[in-house]
Write a new protein. Sequence first.
Length: 255
Amino acid sequence: MGVLSGIRVIDISQVWAVPGAAMYLADQGAEVIKVEPPWGDEARRLLTQSPLKMKDGSEIPRHFLPLNRNKKSIAVDITKKEGKEIVYKLVERGDVFLHNMRPEAIKRLGFDYETLSSINPRLIYLDFSPYGKKGPFKDKPAYDRLVQAISGVHGRRFLPDGTPLSAGVWIADCSTPILIAYGIALALLERERTGRGQKVETSLLAGAVSMQSMELVRVESEEKSPPRSLADQAVYSPYRCADGKYIIPIIVKDC
């Protein structure tokens, strides 16, 4: 039993960011029903790491297993009429609907906010997009490394020849699920007060930018740009010692 026990989540998303949010909700007791196409979530086939071999002889991709823990799963072709009807029935009795399709695709399927909220006015609906609803990239697909470049993460560290470096982890894909779960939790709390559902919006770009909130602070009177990253500074970097181990000095103020 968790704090979200009794909350039913319908999740038709694939790959990483939004399934990651569903994972956090499931960890807290929500009943997450993962709706996969008959051929499976794309995450079952992405990347080239060797799969985990289970006791029954089956194999599961390493990154797919943790992202989809504590979930139920059904295979449904949502492009077919019969598949759409199954999703509509789930929505009737659901609390949260998650997707990560582009706007034109989700509307074409008949799973846009206006349609689903008319079926269930108490529904909390995630309206997710790669780069947000406005701007030149609003209809373009995205992957973590692309979002790191556009958000400025790649502009914080460089190789000696000037080649930009991405972060060592998937900044956008790992931070955005936390933002989504946070937004869903707030919307559920608001529903307790009003009795009405609502749409929750965020994007991969928002997740990547939020991880740089301190570095992006500027004021008009500044003449120089702030340092790209603490990792580029001598007072906040690792140094190799004579015994082959490393030491990291952390100096955050003048003595």
